[in-house]
Design a protein. Structure first.
Length: 122
């Protein structure tokens, strides 16, 4: 019973911390930290999709332009409970081709991947 109350208190504190944030980057950083803690994950990263879907074509001044290749881009990579937003902003952005690696597979398939020990994956 006491453990359940403690978990509820921690969750309330996390929700309050997130709700008081107005800056989007800071908010995303806090969400990553809290989700990582709730999932007992060592680290978390947020990738955003950049580029067009392959079937999408655009017309500019009567010319059909090919779609831009899709990439996964992250400025918040390897966020842990101790990391700060200032540390994250000093890191260079990470760009991964669509469908490449674990994150590319997850983005392409839409299926989650749970890796119990990512350090053992080569």
């Amino acid at each position: 019973m006491k453990a359940s109350i403690l978990i509820q208190c921690v969750a309330c504190t996390q929700v309050k911390d997130i709700c008081n944030e107005l800056d989007v980057r800071s908010l995303c950083h806090k969400i990553l930290q809290n989700v990582s803690m709730l999932l007992h994950a060592d680290r978390g990263s947020l990738f955003l999709v950049q580029g067009d879907r392959p079937e999408r074509e655009e017309t500019v001044d009567g010319q059909v332009t090919p779609p831009r290749p899709r990439m996964l881009v992250s400025k918040l990579f390897d966020v842990c409970s101790q990391s700060t937003l200032q540390e994250m902003e000093k890191k260079e952005e990470i760009r991964i081709s669509w469908g490449t690696g674990i994150v590319g597979y997850v983005a392409e398939s839409g299926e989650p991947v749970n890796i119990p020990d990512a350090y053992k994956v080569s």
